[in-house]
Design a protein around this ligand. Structure first.
Ligand code: SAM
Length: 244
């Protein structure tokens, strides 16, 4: 298992929480800076997929500072609930919602994706952007999302993946493993967070391997598409309309 702070004794969940608490103040800036704004395009694509089910109640798992939830307002839902384990990230997100006057529709609350505090069949749609890679127990996290989705509900997952084109992969890896950690350290003052990012992507099951886990969890109609030459993938899956 890849943990953020190799020398620290805590489990992955505690370390991930601490890491995001530490970098929350710089998270949005570094996201847009290090991805040259590409993360915004990816989020738009993810929300585009959700439009298929016209969701009224949306759950944003590992919502961080709430950018995906804000993008989801385009779907004109009645309610969006964002859940995250890091109070630091949530606090930044709440400041943003307050500034934009969006607190009536979007609520950000602390919670663990592996033990969601909602009743079965609560949400029409769920989404996770760059969160699943950080779960301590991926299968448990996905099973919890499936549980709180209504029958026919849709899950969309945006996550980094490993590019495959030989030339592009080498150029990208030089950026991802060398340049990005340097600027990440410089701006966030956290010595590990932006080395953990490429290391955790490298260890994460991407493409069909991730779909397999979704299917084993119980999601149906699964599929994925590569984004930006495979730097990221957009996955989707549904909760069966009729359970046996
Ligand atoms: C890379 S950030 C992504 C935030 C946001 N979704 C975005 O797109 O910017 C990953 C987030 O996952 C959260 N996270 C990690 N493990 C979690 C868990 N078990 N339950 C809830 N949130 C978790 C972290 O606190 C962090 O805010």
């Amino acid at each position: 298992m890849v943990n953020p702070y190799k020398e620290s004794a805590g489990n992955k969940k505690d370390q991930v929480t601490l890491m995001f608490d530490n970098i929350a103040w710089r998270y949005d800036f570094l996201n847009h800076f290090l991805s040259l704004g590409t993360d915004r395009r990816w989020r738009k694509k993810a929300i585009g997929l959700l439009s298929e089910v016209s969701p009224k109640k949306i759950l944003d798992v590992a919502c961080g500072t709430g950018d995906l939830a804000i993008e989801a307002l385009k779907l004109k839902p009645a309610v969006i609930i964002g859940v995250d384990i890091s109070e630091g990230m949530l606090a930044k997100g709440r400041e943003k919602l307050e500034r934009k006057n969006l607190e009536k529709i979007i609520t950000l609350i602390q919670g663990d994706s592996e033990a969601l505090q909602f009743d079965d069949q609560t949400f029409d749609a769920a989404m996770v952007a760059f969160g699943v890679r950080n779960f301590e127990d991926l299968k448990k996290g996905l099973a919890e999302i499936l549980r709180v989705l209504k029958p026919g509900g849709l899950l969309v997952v945006l996550e980094f993946s490993k590019p495959r084109n030989f030339l592009f992969k080498n150029i990208f890896n030089f950026y991802f493993f060398r340049i990005l950690p340097f600027f990440g350290r410089l701006f966030s003052k956290d010595m590990s967070a932006y080395s953990y990012l490429p290391a955790s992507v490298n260890a994460f099951p991407d493409r069909v391997d991730f779909l397999e886990i979704m299917k084993k969890t119980g999601f149906t109609d699964t599929g994925y598409e590569e984004l930006t030459m495979g730097i990221a993938c957009l996955y989707h899956g549904k909760k069966e309309l009729f359970t046996k």
